[in-house]
Ligand binder design. Structure first.
Ligand code: GLV
Ligand code: GLV
Length: 322
């Protein structure tokens, strides 16, 4: 059986697949595989190990006649038309849990980086502008006693809240269901989103991208933010109205934003570059050696299981027979 890797991944992925007797074909370029190349290399593959940047719409999926599993090297899977995959009998899997700490660390780094104006301060120093300690130089915001609003209290949202609690923050959250254990652990309180936006000093987004969450923070909701709030997004860019966010950053209604993801990735709305009070990262939420190795291992093992007719470890759809 043949497995296509749409990009070179940590070695462990190929090792696992080869050890299990599969033929492994890897797209060797360090760039996005085109649709033509994907079908050329993987049109007859039994399994595909994909990146979050590979778009599997129904047009592509319907051409994958041998494929039994698409294993996405990410926790998010908005790049795959799950309905089309299910109809075609293809199992889709993702890599949850193992990147939770890495992503929560990065959200915290953005939060602290925004609160203490780290990139701006670094630039100031490198530009040779530091000419002595000053009482009012680059004043930021302290975390203790401030309220952090977690939008989406899943694994990553909860992990961010636990970190923030150690910094003395109060936690509020929105989520479909109430999370009792999380509440008793962190003292978090569940709020309606409008209340959360009005009450939080810091907001961190942890929703998956779906038709329901696209523009979840539209201009109306963004206008509810408390003056001087800080907004962190390590989820998906499409969840925020970026144009409106720029307006609020420009007038300092929003103190700062920390962004790891963008609506038209890898393109970035150019107005962001003109602002000092936004931190822009290149979608590196899960980019630690530890997380990427574990993701490679899990993604490969998901393919092994499906092709050996065993339960996939972390499926996102249900296919008869599994
Ligand atoms: C990263 O964005 C992921 O979904 O894993
Ligand atoms: C700052 O460096 C201080 O000593 O307060």
């Amino acid at each position: 059986m043949k497995v296509l890797l749409t990009r070179k991944l940590p070695e462990i992925a190929e090792k696992i697949l080869i050890k299990n007797g599969f033929e492994v074909v890897c797209y060797e370029e360090d760039k996005l595989i085109s649709r033509r190349e994907l079908l050329q290399l993987g049109g007859d593959a039994d399994g595909i190990l994909s990146l979050l940047t590979d778009r599997f719409d129904s047009g592509i999926i319907n051409k994958l006649d041998s494929c039994k599993v698409i294993s996405n090297y990410a926790v998010g899977y908005n790049n795959i038309d799950i309905k089309a995959a299910s109809e075609k009998g293809i199992v889709v899997t993702n890599t949850p849990d193992i990147l939770t700490d890495a992503t929560a660390d990065l959200a915290m780094a953005l939060l602290l980086g925004c609160a203490r104006r780290i990139p701006e301060s670094d630039k100031f120093t490198r530009d040779g502008l530091f000419n002595g300690w000053k009482p009012k130089l680059l004043l930021g915001i302290e975390l203790r006693g401030k309220t952090l609003g977690i939008i989406g209290a899943g694994r990553i949202g909860q992990a961010v809240a636990r970190r923030a609690k150690a910094f003395g923050m109060e936690i509020v959250y929105t989520n479909k269901s109430k999370k009792d254990k999380f509440e008793s652990e962190t003292g978090a309180r569940k709020l309606a989103v409008s209340q959360l936006l009005k009450q939080s000093d810091f907001i961190s987004l942890h929703l998956p991208l779906t038709d329901k969450t696209r523009l979840y923070l539209d201009s109306k909701r963004l206008d509810l933010l408390k003056p001087g709030a800080v907004l962190i997004n390590t989820a998906r860019g499409e969840i925020i109205d970026e144009k409106h966010l720029v307006k609020l950053l420009r007038t300092k209604k929003v103190f700062a934003a920390g962004l790891d993801v963008y609506t038209n990735e890898p393109k970035i709305y150019k107005e962001f570059f003109k602002l000092d009070n936004v931190i822009l990262l290149p979608h590196t939420g899960s980019a630690t050696v530890e997380a990427r190795n574990k993701m490679a291992e899990l993604a490969a093992n998901n393919i092994v299981n499906v092709l050996k007719e065993k339960e996939p470890l972390t499926p996102v759809n249900r296919i008869r027979g599994f």
